[in-house]
Design a protein. Structure first.
Length: 488
């Protein structure tokens, strides 16, 4: 769920959204008179979200004629050998152009022999310090990712959302044997996600789909609008727009000859857990499974999340209070200001005022670098002034939960810092007590984080480093709950 630690693409897999990320322009460091040639491997990390580091490795190779070639690896995302189209090396200054992912890097060799510079992509400028390494490492293992051949059929499919005028692309997995089968539509969390909900090299929806399909449940997972093979503009969409896409996926399954239209459910993760009840109120679905779904409005989620992640990152009490005060003031603007231009102006003034009120140490603590204040403000506005953000803050899931008349499974993770388990579980339980449904199972699974990985602290910084993609306990709980009600 937003830190929105889920929004832009590094490779085909994509970065996770941002809540607060500092910007930094290249530092003009003192460079030796004759800068050494940079041949070899260089490693550094991007701060892509609160407490989230994304390691990158650049491999530089000299040519016979003085030219240079390079490739880029993102080990946590399972991406290696990303081509660098242009390498410029000029006595201590390095510039890389990487059109395959729409990115550039501009760095300067400092007195300690490191490249101190800026990685730019999708309108973001992130500081990236590259240090020479003799061991650039390899792809982080993802042992749960299934490998073909599969004991089920896997079809690439396309289906329309007529209201939006777009085609969505996805993968439908069908069990072996004769149907019709029970089926689920999988709905991703916040930020532009592909059909596997790929994040930091993990593919949780691929793992879930494989687990369910082997057990006799058909699964449809699809690329978000504007992502990978799906049409549309993700940046202009809101939660209700994405609910329309999920409804179109349900409509596709209803018409599929190998799917039982009376046994179709929705499995939603994070923001998808908000979307699933919305769709269930509009379509005749049989059940919903909410993975880290919200029970309170988005504004409350953001306040809970900001405090939990900030404290895990070691932010001082004063710093946490400042973050929460800012969040509350921002939400007042979002609630009260109807005009988008006036809303953006008010948010910009709020951000600039916050910066002016801080001393230098407080700015460092909040990730606001000296000289990068304007860029920092614009990056916050990219999300804060978007249609999605305002709708998310104002949207109350209880109005959709309390009208559900189908079985509901809600799973929460004990160590989740993005959708805190207890306040959201309790609020969801209250809403479902008012709902017509008489089949509700809400569980907090021990030792798991927001991605349902077995974790130590739940901090987003652990996501990429954990080999497990989706805990077997969570996989089995979802499978067994569906089969008990709709198997056979």
């Amino acid at each position: 769920m937003p830190t929105r630690p889920s929004r832009r693409t590094l490779a085909a897999t994509g970065l996770i959204p941002l809540l607060v990320v500092g910007l930094l322009t290249p530092v003009e460091a003192q460079v030796p008179d004759m800068a050494p040639a940079p041949a070899g491997s260089w490693q550094g990390s991007l701060a892509v979200g609160p407490g989230i580091e994304l390691p990158l490795v650049v491999h530089l190779t000299p040519g016979d004629d003085g030219d240079w070639t390079a490739t880029l690896d993102s080990p946590a995302q399972g991406a290696t050998g990303i081509p660098v189209a242009s390498v410029t090396w000029d006595d201590g200054r390095l510039r890389l152009e990487i059109p395959a992912i729409g990115a550039t890097y501009d760095g300067r060799l400092d007195a300690e022999g490191r490249f101190d510079g800026t990685f730019s992509q999708g309108g973001m400028n992130l500081p990236l310090l590259l240090e020479r390494t003799e061991d650039p490492g390899s792809l982080l293992p993802r042992p749960q990712h299934p490998e073909p051949p599969f004991p089920y059929r896997e079809d690439d499919v396309r289906f329309p959302n007529p209201e939006a005028g777009i085609q969505l692309a996805g993968t439908l997995t069908l069990p072996e044997g004769d149907g019709p089968w029970p089926a689920v539509v999988m709905v991703t969390g916040s930020g532009p996600q592909d059909r596997d909900e790929t994040i930091l090299g993990h593919k949780p929806f691929l793992v879930i789909a494989d687990h369910l399909t082997r057990a006799g449940i058909a699964v449809l997972r699809y690329d978000d609008r504007g992502v990978a093979e799906s049409e549309g503009d993700f940046s202009a969409g809101t939660t209700l727009d994405f609910a329309g896409d999920a409804a179109a996926a349900v409509d596709f399954l209803v018409e599929h000859p190998e799917v039982d239209p009376t046994r179709i459910g929705i499995v939603g993760h994070s923001e998808g857990g908000l979307i699933a009840p919305i769709v269930a109120g509009e379509r005749d679905v049989a059940f919903v499974v909410l993975l880290a779904g919200t029970g309170v409005d988005g504004g409350a989620v953001l306040l809970q999340q900001a405090e939990a992640i900030s404290r895990t990152m070691g932010v001082s009490d004063e710093g946490v209070a400042r973050i929460l005060d800012f969040q509350r003031a921002m939400q007042v603007i979002l609630r009260d200001e109807e005009d988008p231009d006036a809303r953006r102006e008010a948010l910009e003034a709020l951000l600039e005022g916050m910066i002016e009120s801080m001393d230098p140490q407080e700015r460092v603590e909040q990730g606001i670098p000296e000289g990068g204040e304007d860029d920092w403000v614009q990056m916050q506005l990219a999300t804060g002034a978007s249609p999605w953000f305002r709708e998310f803050v104002l949207l109350d899931p209880q109005r959709y939960l309390e009208r559900l008349d189908v079985p509901v499974l809600g799973l929460f993770a004990e160590l989740d810092l993005q959708v805190l388990p207890e306040p959201n579980r309790a609020a969801m339980a209250e809403a479902l007590d008012r709902a017509p449904t008489d089949d509700v199972t809400l569980m907090v699974l021990p030792g798991l984080n927001h991605l349902f990985q077995t974790a130590e602290t739940g901090a987003p910084s652990e996501y990429a480093l954990i080999e497990e993609t989706f805990a077997p306990l969570a996989l089995d709980t979802v499978r067994d709950w569906i089969l008990e009600r709709f198997g056979g």
